[in-house]
Write a protein that binds this ligand. Structure first.
Ligand SMILES: *[C@@H]1O[C@H](CO)[C@@H](O)[C@H](O)[C@H]1NC(C)=O
Ligand SMILES: *[C@@H]1O[C@H](CO)[C@@H](O)[C@H](O)[C@H]1NC(C)=O
Length: 217
């Protein structure tokens, strides 16, 4: 009985709120503008190298694709969520760093074949033309970037320190990942930068432009 009252109360209150609060794109945009949008102000669509660097720098996560070695799907694509950082907020390196461990399915794939792809979407950072106006992430104004290359375990002590700093400053939870799992920093050695950030075709950004761009300027 208690349960029924609680349920009815919830339904009534929800209905009452619904009547006063008609969700629409502006409301959603207002909400996002407080939390996320003001900090995400990307370069224009025709500055593709900088846009790609900007999206990587502000991304907290993306989707990683590997060539599967699991589930009777050897040689077929497999995707997974992965947390990423290319540096502390005030320093963009352009190098995607990850904190991984050998028992991860995608890492097991990469140990066999380290050619991977990382996909990022401006939808994940709450950009106005993705989420703020309630558009779908397939809208070309909502940039998406795929960085493809080789996943490498970082072994150099100095680089390990920099990568850990890039990861831990942006993802403090990582500091408490169970040490028994043996997490280690890894990086993507980028060979391809692919972007859509406007209507029309997709583009491949020359690597030299990618490395020369500074998303913080
Ligand atoms: C893979 O194939 C084997 C042999 O046909 C089967 O026993 C097993 O259940 C399959 N595994 C998956 C995850 O489909
Ligand atoms: C930015 O990061 C790079 C790579 O870790 C490092 O060499 C450089 O000193 C850093 N720059 C600043 C201003 O922190």
């Amino acid at each position: 009985m208690k349960c029924l009252f609680a349920a009815l109360f919830f339904v009534c209150v929800s209905a009452a709120i619904g009547i006063q609060f008609q969700p629409n794109a502006n409301v959603i945009y207002e909400k996002l503008s407080v939390d996320q949008y003001p900090s995400y102000n990307p370069p224009s669509w025709n500055e593709r190298a900088k846009r790609a660097r900007y999206l990587l720098h502000y991304s907290n996560w993306g989707v990683i694709g590997t060539i599967s070695t699991h589930y009777n799907r050897s040689g077929l694509p497999f995707t997974n969520v992965i947390v990423v950082s290319d540096g502390p907020l005030d320093n963009s390196t352009g190098v995607p760093y990850f904190y991984v461990f050998d028992g991860d399915v995608s890492v097991e794939d990469a140990v066999k074949n380290n050619e991977v792809s990382l996909t990022l979407s401006e939808n994940t950072v709450g950009y106005k033309y993705c989420k703020g106006l309630n558009y779908d992430p397939e809208l070309p104004l909502c940039a998406r970037v795929t960085l493809a290359g080789k996943l490498k375990k970082i072994t150099d002590a100095e680089e390990k320190k920099a990568a850990s700093n890039a990861l831990f400053t942006r993802h403090p939870d990582m500091r408490s990942y169970p040490s028994s799992h043996g997490f280690y920093p890894a990086r993507l050695d980028i060979e391809l930068v692919w972007i859509i950030d406007y209507f029309g075709p997709s583009y491949v950004v020359p690597l030299s432009d990618y490395w020369a761009a500074n998303p913080l300027l």
